[in-house]
Design a protein around this ligand. Structure first.
Ligand code: 5AD
Ligand code: SF4
Length: 430
């Protein structure tokens, strides 16, 4: 099963390609130093709005044949499920109408949405966000696989089970061959076209080791690699980009600098933001965002979190609820409710209506239906944990993270869910 549909290049303008998907045109970028020798008529895979590899024509046509009928059927399902809300007269109706018409919402208007707890109004908020999602980015979605290759961390974040002060956790590191095998399996057996390589802040892996790893993956696979390794030097990130890892995932966690320094001892928000902005400058497909439910955050902070993400202008929003972990100083903080998270997804869609918004795995621990609810509240992308089984349990960032189902079953369920919601993994930007 594939998580992206091959598209045919119809024209090239510098590094921007116009691609045909069953008569619909989308744009994707050729980035980095890839020399794919692309020309009109070639078939490609794109992820996150970026071309990640060429596909031979025969293979592309075979895959497209399988997709042909489904592509239009999915659109119909999505259209049905994302009709605009029929709204009762409440004071949020004018705000939602404004969002629908692409107007910028004021701080007070966003606050009204975030503080709303009335059941019918909440439904209207979610439904409006879903309808805007459909109008702006259609039914395209990304399904990224995440491989957690080391749970060692030199940092001591107050919220995270991997913090270095947690002596109870059993630590592991995957060696290069194990990581390469996991990538081969993800690409060849499971069909992923975009993978996140994640670890704690672990200097055991030198810059050189990481660069070698990325090069070896890219020699074999036309996929988008996201690096999620925390704070490293700009030089390290530059080299990783050069080696062919064109994606980076790094959250700023909170827009409140005082809370930031409390929960990430010894660290400053300004340095984090400078690094995130630098990643964007280097050219990375950038995913960033924050935690929902950090103690001490006010509504104003929560709104600032969304607006700061918009301001960074990332390619993907990645935020999720804080799930308290018993071996951390925040063990007694309160989990946010699912509706709080869904409202934040919806507001993110209102303020940045073309964005890609991820339903994170942490959200899935709040409710069995979280993925579906998130996708129907303005989100459009998912991640699947594909860390080898023997390590998956040990990547204990927050409790309840590990799924009991087997990986292939999990993937099957995900595809079924996406189909039931009319979403197609075309995954193109612009
Ligand atoms: N609950 C939810 N998310 C967490 N993260 C770390 N600890 C937790 C937790 N207890 C998130 C952080 C980090 C990402 C890798 O995991 O936002 O950036
Ligand atoms: Fe380490 Fe990241 Fe966890 Fe902080 S959030 S302790 S940097 S793994």
């Amino acid at each position: 099963m594939c998580y992206a549909i091959p598209g045919k290049i119809v024209s090239l303008d510098g590094n921007i390609a116009t691609i045909d998907y069953f008569g619909e045109y989308r744009k994707a970028q050729i980035i980095g130093n890839q020399n794919l020798g692309l020309k009109p008529g070639d078939y490609i895979y794109a992820q996150g709005g970026v071309i990640v590899g060429k596909v031979n024509k025969k293979q592309a046509l075979e895959t497209l044949e399988i997709w042909k009928k489904q592509f239009f059927e999915l659109k119909k399902i999505d259209e049905k499920l994302s009709e605009p809300a029929h709204m009762e007269k409440t004071d949020i109706v004018p705000i939602l109408k404004k969002a629908e018409q692409n107007y910028i919402l004021t701080f007070t208007e966003i606050k009204k949405i975030i503080e709303n707890t009335e059941k019918d109004s909440l439904q209207s908020i979610y439904q409006t966000a879903n309808s805007i999602r459909k109008n702006k980015i259609d039914n395209a979605c990304c399904v990224h696989g995440i491989i957690e290759f080391s749970n060692y961390c030199e940092s001591n974040c107050f919220y995270c089970g991997l913090r270095c002060a947690n002596k109870k956790i059993k630590r592991y590191r995957m060696n290069e061959n194990e990581i390469l095998d996991a990538v081969d399996y993800a690409v060849n057996e499971l069909g992923f076209k975009a993978l996140v390589l994640q670890s704690g802040e672990d200097s055991h892996y030198t810059d050189k080791m990481l660069v070698e790893l990325v090069k070896k993956i890219r020699e074999k696979h036309g996929i988008l690699i996201f690096i999620s390794i925390g704070e490293r030097s700009i030089e390290c990130y530059k080299q990783l980009y050069q080696a062919g890892a064109y994606g980076a995932l790094l959250r700023f966690e909170t827009s409140n600098k005082h809370i930031y320094s409390q929960i990430r001892p010894g660290k400053k928000l300004e340095n984090r933001l400078a690094l995130i902005k630098e990643l964007k400058k280097i050219g990375f497909v950038l995913a960033t965002g924050f935690l929902i439910g950090l103690p001490g955050e006010t509504t104003q902070d929560k709104i600032n979190n969304i607006l700061l993400t918009k301001n960074i202008n990332p390619d993907m929003y990645s935020f999720g609820p804080l799930i308290p972990h018993s071996e951390t100083p925040l063990s007694h903080s309160k989990k946010p409710s699912i509706s709080e998270v869904l409202k934040i997804i919806a507001v993110s869609r209102f303020v940045d209506n073309q964005s890609k918004i991820l339903v994170t795995t942490a959200l899935e621990t709040l409710d069995n239906n979280a993925r579906k609810l998130g996708l129907l509240s303005g989100a459009n992308s998912l991640m699947i944990d594909i860390t080898p089984e023997k390590y998956m349990q040990l990547y204990d960032i927050y409790p309840g993270k590990t799924k009991s189902s087997k990986l292939k079953e999990e993937i099957k369920n995900t595809i079924e869910l996406l189909h039931s919601l009319g979403r197609a993994p075309t995954d193109l930007g612009v």
